[in-house]
Write a protein that binds this ligand. Sequence first.
Ligand SMILES: Cc1cc2nc3c(=O)[nH]c(=O)nc-3n(C[C@H](O)[C@H](O)[C@H](O)COP(=O)(O)OP(=O)(O)OC[C@H]3O[C@@H](n4cnc5c(N)ncnc54)[C@H](O)[C@@H]3O)c2cc1C
Length: 385
Amino acid sequence: MQFGEGGAGTFSDGKLYSQVKDPKQYSRKVLNEFVAAGAPEEILYVSKPHIGTFKLVAMVEKMRAQIIELGGEIRFSSRVDDLHIEDGQITGVTLADGEKLYSKHIAIAIGHSARDTFEMLHNKGVYIEAKPFSVGFRIEHEQSAIDKARFGPNAGNEILGAADYKLVHHCKNGRSVYSFCMCPGGTVVAATSEEHRVVTNGMSQYSRNERNANSAIVVGIDPSDYPGGPLAGIEFQRKLESLAYELGGSNYDAPAQTVGAFLRNETPEKLGTVEPSFKPGIKLTNLADALPDFCIEAIREAIPAFNRKIKGFAFDDALLTGVETRTSAPINIKRDNDSLESINTKGLYPAGEGAGYAGGIMSAAIDGIKIAEAMALSINSKTAL
Ligand SMILES: Cc1cc2nc3c(=O)[nH]c(=O)nc-3n(C[C@H](O)[C@H](O)[C@H](O)COP(=O)(O)OP(=O)(O)OC[C@H]3O[C@@H](n4cnc5c(N)ncnc54)[C@H](O)[C@@H]3O)c2cc1C
């Protein structure tokens, strides 16, 4: 899911909205480039642009062809395994096959799941801080139920399409619970990148006409919940993902529970009307064991609160599947506010979601443009000297 051509964005829902400040209107450039690569033209004017997985795959291939045409080079299966740093200045990288590449300007846009590379960067002394992120479950309802709650008598109207939602609840225990990456007419997907672990995520096609609506219902956590240094958030994620693997039956099925059973704290005997979309499959269990108590307490309070906003959200047969741990990077590879280089490694430009500077396709693309500009400025100023 997270690696290879197009990164995590390729198998995504392709929602293109973002809440980042964008005074230079880079998002326009991103949308125009996407349309030139084959995205539907409507993304230039609809309020919540969306592309879907099938179209994204072809678009990324087209962008690759353009990069090559412009003189770029793409190396598949070429993991960066080591950095060369001399007196605090980056000078090159070593690839997994031993090949060395030399440059004093290197961007690292490695995504939120490159745990091996995070460890390598930390071991090389690149400054990293632990960062807040969120954990929780995917919730699934029948899309028709969400449409009815959101559109009333107009549910099912072709012009409106599949309804979405965005929810947030501030809990008595001080935590916030919110819906994340809502995928109307989509599927819950398996998104682990490590053996013997289970992770959920969500995606949809352009048509958004699968039977279920899904979203992550997640609780905000911060480094005080996982003390132990810059990489402690990764260990926290791993622990939950291993637990989910065991609760799911240790065969990559995901642990799941109906919402009614979750709220009553009991193991359901059978599924209700909502059919799980997760592949290879799910195992019914009590998800109370899947997350720390404060998270369970918060989600148990939030679901009935969400039900007051979307009638039927707490429907007994709605389904929770776990665990959602890769909501964003658990680290921040700190960079200088002006030069955008790593604060202690000159010439190294941490970029995108893995560095902690983006949280989705649009914000990662905008950050990429900023980094490219910063690198070009630095190269030009050095050439001028
Ligand atoms: C299933 C799913 C659905 C999503 N849905 C949406 C959505 O609808 N809307 C949205 O805005 N966001 C969505 N996201 C999040 C979005 O995909 C990411 O925020 C975005 O892709 C981050 O971009 P990035 O370039 O920073 O990193 P990534 O896209 O993660 O790319 C990182 C790249 O770095 C490569 N890499 C890692 N380590 C190394 C190394 N050592 N050497 C060489 N290469 C390396 C990886 O192979 C990968 O290609 C979704 C994510 C997933 C997994």
